[in-house]
Design a protein around this ligand. Structure first.
Ligand code: TRP
Length: 322
């Protein structure tokens, strides 16, 4: 089974990225032949600062490995080290109906959030289709917000196969981890960089405390029972606490007598404990000079050898080259 996923290096990774996409991808590395890449071509649709982009790429690689991604078990690479992605994207774009892209939610959402509506932003799902189809991927672990893009990828693959020959490209399936696909942010909306409501994965203790203590809550007095349904604190706590501790917090909500400040302190503790081993691993990786570059170079080599084969097949089918 070929597994593939990408993550955008558009800034600091947050726990929504972790629980929504990274953790499921890391679990899958033991189940098949996994290819994971840092989607820097995609990030160019929102980051126009070369120095910043390059450092985000490096940070994503470090963070991903700190969280358990093992480059001995999967191929980790930088998208732009495999320029074949852009070539395939162009070819796919020539069979992609405008209407298919016009229906994509993420384009509309991004524009609504102030990202300028460039052609790249509009065509972004085609590049994502190229990423996926390049590796004959069976399974694509993604957060719920990306499910539509995997469906678009299937539609594009069908169109290519109808146009240029059955079996040219393999149809992928999305894999959404239903339990953790939506992580609430500090304000209760989906955690997202564009809402400015994130908890960064490797946040320093001071700012982390400030963020957690600042989570929005209602004005139920301490003595009274508190709503379990829709509680932001509980939803986040569930991700990082043991089942027993979670059950206790639910019971304390129902009973009343415990204030939100207390719940937030428990959340802060659980979150700190949960990510402590990742933090330690991160320091080791950073201390190992040249390690990240070596991993990415080896990953690029492996990814590129697959990409070259796919492109030979596609170029032959569509009539490019001799
Ligand atoms: N668009 C994805 C996101 O923003 C990142 C991505 C790019 C991706 N190419 C991909 C994910 C291919 C899965 C497969 O999260």
């Amino acid at each position: 089974m070929r597994i593939l996923s990408g993550i955008q290096p558009s800034g600091r990774l947050h726990i929504g990225n972790y629980f929504g996409a990274m953790q499921p991808a890391i679990k899958l590395q033991d189940e098949g032949d996994a290819y994971y890449f840092i989607a820097d071509y995609h990030s160019l649709t929102s980051v126009h600062d070369g120095k910043a982009l390059r450092s985000y790429v490096r940070d994503v690689a470090i963070d991903f490995m700190a969280c358990g991604l093992d480059p001995d078990k999967c191929v980790l690479f930088r998208q732009s080290d495999v320029p074949e992605h852009c070539e395939l994207s162009w070819i796919l774009s020539t069979v992609t109906p405008m209407g298919l892209l016009e229906r994509c939610h993420s384009y509309k959402d991004k524009i609504a959030n102030g990202i300028s509506p460039s052609h790249g932003l509009f065509a972004y799902p085609v590049l994502m289709a190229a990423d996926i189809l390049m590796y004959d991927s069976d399974v694509v672990p993604v957060g719920r917000d990306q499910k539509q893009h995997v469906e678009v990828t299937r539609d594009i693959a069908i169109k290519m196969n109808e146009t240029f020959g059955a079996g040219l490209l393999k149809l992928p399936n999305p894999r959404i981890s239903e339990t953790t696909a939506v992580v609430p942010g500090l304000d209760g909306r989906k955690m997202s960089k564009s809402y400015d409501n994130t908890i960064p994965l490797f946040e320093e203790p001071g700012p982390l405390k400030k963020k957690i203590m600042g989570i929005k809550t209602d004005s139920t007095p301490v003595e009274e029972p508190k709503a379990v349904e829709g509680s932001n604190i509980l939803a986040l706590y569930k991700l990082v606490a043991s089942q027993a501790d979670y059950d206790t917090m639910v019971a304390d909500h129902l009973k009343g007598g415990v204030g939100y400040g207390d719940f937030k302190k428990r959340l802060l503790q659980a979150m700190t404990d949960y990510f402590a081993p990742f933090r330690a691993r991160r320091e080791e990786i950073v201390a190992d000079k040249g390690y990240v570059e070596k991993v990415l170079a080896e990953g690029a080599e492996k990814a590129r050898s697959v990409a070259r084969k796919t492109m030979a097949r596609v170029r032959d089918a569509v009539g490019l080259g001799a």
